[in-house]
Design a protein. Structure first.
Length: 108
């Protein structure tokens, strides 16, 4: 089973099976970081407004679709849960996020 690693403390790095993944878009990393750090689903409208606040609603949603496509192309569908109106990052035993690990260690 492939493993996803998100390194967000410091320079962001996304790895699948210890191989760096390039999405080609800074907004893709921003989207992944936001989904990973909040660890909850968000509406498409919320994400579009957050990442493209200076765009019209229609253009922001189109830009979000483009970023979602680049994320899927970079590492597939396994970790991105995308439904009609909600988007989330699946965090399970095959994924690791440094921010989540940091929070866990602080809580101990």
């Amino acid at each position: 089973m492939p493993r996803l690693h998100l390194h967000l403390i410091g320079a962001p790095l996304v790895e699948v099976d210890d191989v760096p993944i390039e999405t080609g878009r800074r907004k893709a990393i921003a989207l992944l970081a936001y989904l990973a750090v909040t660890n909850q689903p968000h509406t498409r409208d919320t994400l579009a407004t957050l990442l493209w606040s200076d765009y019209s609603a229609v253009n922001a949603r189109a830009a979000l679709r483009g970023v979602l496509n680049s994320v899927r192309a970079a590492f597939g569908e396994r970790w991105l849960q995308s439904e009609r109106e909600m988007i989330a990052l699946r965090q399970d035993e095959d994924s690791w996020v440094d921010v989540s690990e940091f929070r866990r260690l602080i809580a101990e």
